[in-house]
Design a protein around this ligand. Structure first.
Ligand code: AMP
Ligand code: MG
Length: 509
C-alpha cells in the first residue's frame, strides 16, 4: 500500500461547512455566542521532535511516518482548516458555562476507508476557549494520553486514538499539586484521532444559552454525519438516536469496570457523543480491588467519580444531555425511554461482562450472588484485580494457592473462605470454565499508574524506551508475552503506593 503524505490525505471540513461558527479568527479568551466553533491558528513550536508514533493508527489513515513531526501545528497543509470547538459542561455536578477546546485544535477531517476521522492537536496553543490557562500540555500528561488511549483501543474499548507525540522544545509552567510550587516541565503535543470530538457539553452549551437554532443545526448535522441510520425530523428519530448514544455509553462504562479503569473526570464535557473514552487526564487503574477508589485529587473529598459510581454518573450525564435536547422535542416525555434503555443496556453489558470474566457461559440470575460475594471477598484483603482475574483464567482446581500472586500479603489470605467460593464457582462451571472468554476479558497487562509514571520519569530524562516498550506490550494485552511478565505482570511496588502520579493525580496537565 502506498502511504500518503499529509497533503495527499483527503481532507474535508463538514463540521465547519455545516454548523455556525465564530466570525472572529483566533483572538483572546472570551465568551463566544451562536457558534459551534472558532477558527484558530496553532502556535508554532520552537523545536518539535517526534517521540512516539502509533503504527496502527497511521495505517488506518494510510499516513507515512515521515510526516509525523509535522503534526505539531508548525506547518499548515492545504486542506487543513484548524478550529477549536465550543462546548460547555457540568463539572462535578455544577453547570460551568462555556468551556470549549482551550488547548485542543482540530486540524481537519480526513476521509478514510473507515469513514471520516478528525485529527486534533492537544497542547498547541491558546484559543478563545483557553480561559485563564496557556493552551499547552506537558510531557507527562501527553505520554499518559498517548499510551492509555492506544492501550484502551487494543483492549477493545471504544476510545479516541493517538497518532503521534511530539515534544515542543518549550517549557511549560505547572503547579502540579496546586500547592504553590510551580515548576517548568517539558511541553508536548499529542495528535489524537476520532470520528469527532463532540461531547454531551457540545449540545448543552446551546440549550443552556437558549440558542435553540444552533442546537437544532448541531443535532441535525451530528445525526446526518455520524448517525445516518436515524432521522432528526421526528421525536421518534431523536429518541432512537439518543438510545444509541446511551447504549454506547453503557457499553464503554461496562468495559471500564471490566478492566478496572477509572476515568477520574466524568464531567459532561468529557463524555463523547460516540461513547468513546475521551480526555485522558487524572485517570487510573485499580491495583487492589477498591470500588471506592478515585485517582483524582480534585475529587478526593466526595469521590464523585470513583470506580463503582461510574455507571450512575453515566446516567446522570445522559440526563443532562436529554435536558439539552428536550427543547427540540414536541413531546419531551419520550426522552424517559432513553434513561430506561440506558439502565437496561448497562445491566445487559455488565452481566455479560461478569459472565465472560468468570467463564460462566450464559449469565443466569443466580450468578448475581456469586459475583457479589466475589466482589466483597476481593475487598477484604488487598488483592490485585488484574492478577487475580488473569490467574483465575488458568486455574485447574478450586484452590486459592494458585492465585497467591494476587495478594499483597499472602499470610493474610483466608484460605477456607476463598476455597469455599472457588468451589462454588467451580461447580457452577462444571469444572470447565469457558477459558477462551476469560482470556479475552481478563487482560494480563494494563497501564498501571506506576508503569506510566516509570515511562514518564525516563522520558523526562530523554529516554523514551520505557514508553515504547509499554506501547508495544499493550498492543497485545490478552497475550501472555512471558518476556514482560516479571517486570509488568506485577503488583504495585511499595515506592508507588503514595507517589504523586501513581496513587493520586491532579488535573494539572
Ligand atoms: P479537562 O479537565 O482537561 O477536560 O479540561 C476542562 C477545560 O479546561 C476544557 O475546556 C479544556 O480545554 C480547558 N483546559 C485544560 N487545560 C488547559 C490549558 N492548559 N490551557 C487552556 N485550556 C485548558
Ligand atoms: Mg475535557
Amino acid at each position: 500500500m502506498a502511504l500518503r503524505t499529509l497533503s495527499s490525505l483527503k481532507w474535508s471540513s463538514n463540521f465547519l461547512g455545516e454548523t455556525p461558527g465564530d466570525e472572529v479568527i483566533g483572538g483572546n479568551p472570551r465568551q463566544v455566542t451562536g457558534a459551534c466553533w472558532s477558527r484558530v491558528k496553532p502556535e508554532p513550536m520552537p523545536e518539535p521532535v517526534l517521540r512516539l508514533w502509533s503504527d496502527e493508527m497511521a495505517k488506518e489513515l494510510e499516513l507515512d511516518k515521515e510526516e509525523a513531526s509535522l503534526l505539531c501545528g508548525n506547518v499548515m497543509i492545504d486542506g487543513m482548516d484548524p478550529y477549536a470547538q465550543r462546548y460547555g459542561g457540568h463539572q462535578f455536578g455544577n453547570w460551568a458555562g462555556q468551556l470549549g477546546d482551550g488547548r485542543a485544535i482540530t486540524l481537519g477531517e480526513v476521509n478514510t476507508i473507515h469513514g471520516i476521522l478528525e485529527l486534533q492537536l492537544k497542547g498547541s496553543g491558546k484559543t478563545p476557549y483557553s480561559r485563564f490557562a496557556d493552551g499547552r500540555a506537558v510531557l507527562r500528561s501527553s505520554i499518559r494520553e498517548f499510551l492509555c488511549s492506544e492501550a484502551m483501543h487494543h483492549l477493545g474499548i471504544p476510545t479516541t486514538r493517538a497518532l503521534s507525540l511530539v515534544t515542543t522544545g518549550e517549557d511549560v509552567i505547572r503547579d502540579m499539586m496546586y500547592d504553590g510550587n510551580p515548576a517548568p516541565e517539558p511541553g508536548a503535543i499529542v495528535c489524537r484521532v476520532a470520528e469527532s470530538f463532540l461531547r454531551f457539553g457540545s449540545f448543552e452549551i446551546h440549550a443552556m444559552s437558549g440558542d435553540i437554532r444552533t442546537l437544532r443545526i448541531l443535532v441535525d448535522n451530528t445525526i446526518r454525519l455520524h448517525f445516518p441510520e436515524y432521522s432528526s425530523e421526528s421525536d421518534l428519530g431523536i429518541v432512537e438516536w439518543l438510545i444509541d448514544v446511551a447504549d454506547r455509553t453503557a457499553k464503554t462504562i461496562a468495559h471500564w469496570m471490566r478492566v478496572g479503569f477509572v476515568h477520574g473526570v466524568m464531567n459532561t464535557d468529557n463524555m463523547s457523543i460516540h461513547g468513546l473514552t475521551i480526555d485522558y487526564g487524572p485517570y487510573g487503574w485499580l491495583e487492589d480491588f477498591d470500588p471506592g477508589w478515585t485517582p483524582n485529587t480534585t475529587d478526593a473529598r466526595t469521590r464523585r467519580y470513583r470506580y463503582e459510581q461510574q455507571s450512575m454518573i453515566g446516567a446522570w450525564n445522559l440526563s443532562r444531555l436529554m435536558e439539552a435536547i428536550s427543547p427540540l422535542m414536541t413531546n419531551p416525555h419520550y426522552l424517559n425511554k432513553v434513561l430506561e434503555s440506558y439502565y437496561d443496556s448497562y445491566r445487559k453489558y455488565i452481566s455479560m461482562m461478569w459472565a465472560e470474566k468468570l467463564g460462566l457461559g450464559k449469565f443466569v440470575d443466580s450468578d448475581g450472588a456469586l459475583i457479589s460475594e466475589l466482589k466483597s471477598k476481593l475487598q477484604k484483603r488487598e488483592t490485585d484485580m488484574t492478577i487475580f482475574f488473569r490467574l483465575l483464567t488458568y486455574i485447574d482446581e478450586p484452590d486459592i494457592v494458585q492465585l497467591g500472586k494476587a495478594f499483597y500479603d499472602d499470610r493474610d489470605v483466608q484460605t477456607d473462605e476463598w476455597n469455599a467460593w472457588l468451589t462454588r464457582w467451580w461447580h457452577r462451571v462444571d469444572g470447565m470454565p469457558n477459558r477462551e472468554s476469560m482470556i479475552k476479558s481478563n487482560p494480563k497487562y494494563v497501564l498501571r499508574n506506576w508503569m506510566a509514571q516509570m515511562s514518564i520519569d525516563a522520558a523526562e530524562k530523554g529516554d523514551y524506551s520505557v514508553a515504547v516498550e509499554l506501547y508495544e506490550m499493550l498492543k497485545n494485552p490478552y497475550i501472555e508475552q512471558t518476556e514482560y511478565e516479571d517486570k509488568w505482570f506485577s503488583k504495585r511496588p511499595e515506592w508507588a503506593r503514595h507517589r504523586v502520579g501513581c496513587s493520586m493525580l491532579s488535573c494539572s496537565s
